[in-house]
Ligand binder design. Structure first.
Ligand SMILES: Cc1cc2nc3c(=O)[nH]c(=O)nc-3n(C[C@H](O)[C@H](O)[C@H](O)COP(=O)(O)OP(=O)(O)OC[C@H]3O[C@@H](n4cnc5c(N)ncnc54)[C@H](O)[C@@H]3O)c2cc1C
Length: 379
């Protein structure tokens, strides 16, 4: 079997798994605000928690395009389940592969692949969001130990994670730490009542005089933002870009299916040209969104330096498309679009979150505009 055939087979398995084990339960996960542990274990058994990670650590070694398509398959079935992959595999796993020492990789990655260690990414704080370099969680060094104090907020899977990739500051120096839940002084609280990501175990985390050994520093002391955080956000953004495609595709399928079943004025509603206009636009936008993600994935696969900006462009565009298509999906469903017996309202709620996480749309616009002003200046 060629490597391409091997990767296609994994995508096929992911599709079947999502259809059988995830999609039928996604609404319940959202209502109960829980991603059940048995589901996480089943995903781990199949290597789905390490889909893009090297096989030597238990990963499936999907290339970046196929890893994106994998995110779409899972995200189409359940945005919360995809969220676990974004955080655990992209933000933490891929970043560990890039910046971890051999000892850190040998220790953490196999445990993460097996689901023995669930991980979360802790950057945002009660007072610090977009201005991420201003983190107030503080560390000080005492010999071979770093002592952390502070709080993190909105941390996806923070309430169930065993290890957190934490961003902390000492004056202008920023360092990233692998903080274990078992360290004394770590405490988490679930955040309930969210618009979306309700089953993503989102939490607030407190670090009170947490002693972190030097071997749990990820990357170099003092240069955590430039290297580790930038890499992590780029990885996460790529996964979120595909999350937008996934939600848009799910919303397209829901609106098409509904329009072919629902009758008004003695005919199926898809016969109305205004409904056809909505569907035509939704399909076009979704295809365009996927094309941008594939382009970003191809650049990432070849380590092209433009991959970062193309990932940002893809994330900005697909989250916008997901929101627009989800709004139209609700519209095509009429009253039923506002009711949780149908998935449209969930897509609508989840899509909004994508315009906020991993850098808000405004920040993406700024980054893309800075690139455009440089790249397209013709003096
Ligand atoms: C469901 C969910 C899951 C999350 N998961 C995680 C996680 O796992 N880990 C983690 O670390 N964080 C997580 N976050 C936090 C998320 O990354 C932040 O909410 C996001 O970065 C925005 O920060 P903020 O909420 O503080 O908004 P602010 O930074 O306070 O922004 C408020 C508004 O001001 C705008 N704004 C701010 N600065 C500028 C500027 N310079 N120019 C123009 N406009 C600006 C923003 O675009 C936004 O519209 C999550 C959030 C949610 C809702």
């Amino acid at each position: 079997m060629s490597d391409l055939e091997r990767q296609d087979k994994i995508l096929q398995e992911a599709r079947e798994f999502a259809d059988k084990e995830i999609r039928p339960h996604a609404s319940r996960f959202d209502m109960e605000e829980i991603l059940p542990r048995p589901l996480i274990d089943k995903m781990a058994e199949r290597g789905f928690l390490a889909a893009s990670l090297p096989s030597r650590y238990g990963g499936l070694e999907l290339d970046q395009v196929n890893y994106g398509l994998f995110n779409e398959e899972i995200g189409k079935a359940c945005n919360n389940t995809r969220g676990l992959i974004t955080v655990h595999t992209s933000l933490v796993g891929e970043t560990l592969v890039r910046w971890g020492t051999q000892e850190q990789k040998d220790y953490w990655l196999p445990r993460m692949a097996k689901g023995q260690t669930i991980t979360a990414f802790g950057l945002t704080e009660p007072n610090i969001g977009t201005n991420a370099r201003g983190v107030e969680t503080a560390y000080r060094q005492d010999g071979n130990t770093f002592i952390l104090n502070g709080r993190k907020k909105w941390i996806s899977f923070g309430d169930i994670a065993d290890m957190f990739l934490v961003v902390a500051a000492n004056g202008n120096d920023i360092t990233t730490f692998l903080v274990e839940r078992s360290f004394p002084g770590v405490k988490t609280w679930p955040i309930k009542g969210l618009l979306g990501g309700r089953a993503s175990h989102i939490a607030e985390i407190e670090f009170k005089d947490v002693h972190v050994p030097a071997e749990n520093v990820l990357g170099k002391v003092g240069s955590g933002f430039t290297y580790v955080v930038s890499t992590a956000l780029d990885n996460g953004r790529y996964s979120i870009a595909w999350a937008g495609v996934a939600l848009a595709q799910a919303a397209v399928e829901a609106m098409v299916s509904y329009s072919r079943k629902r009758s008004q004025f003695g005919q199926k509603i898809y016969n109305f040209q205004l409904i056809q206009g909505i569907i035509g636009d939704a399909v076009t936008k979704t295809h365009a969104a996927r094309a941008l993600c594939v382009k970003a994935g191809e650049l990432r696969r070849s380590n092209d330096q433009n991959s970062v900006i193309e990932t940002t462009i893809a994330k900005y565009f697909t989250s916008k498309v997901a929101m627009e298509v989800a709004i139209d999906c609700v519209q095509v469903h009429g009253g039923n679009g506002c009711y949780n017996e149908y998935p449209a309202e969930r897509y609508f709620r989840e899509a909004k979150i994508l315009e906020i996480i991993e850098g808000t749309s405004q920040v993406q616009q700024e980054m893309i505009s800075r690139y455009g002003l440089r790249a397209y200046y013709r003096p």
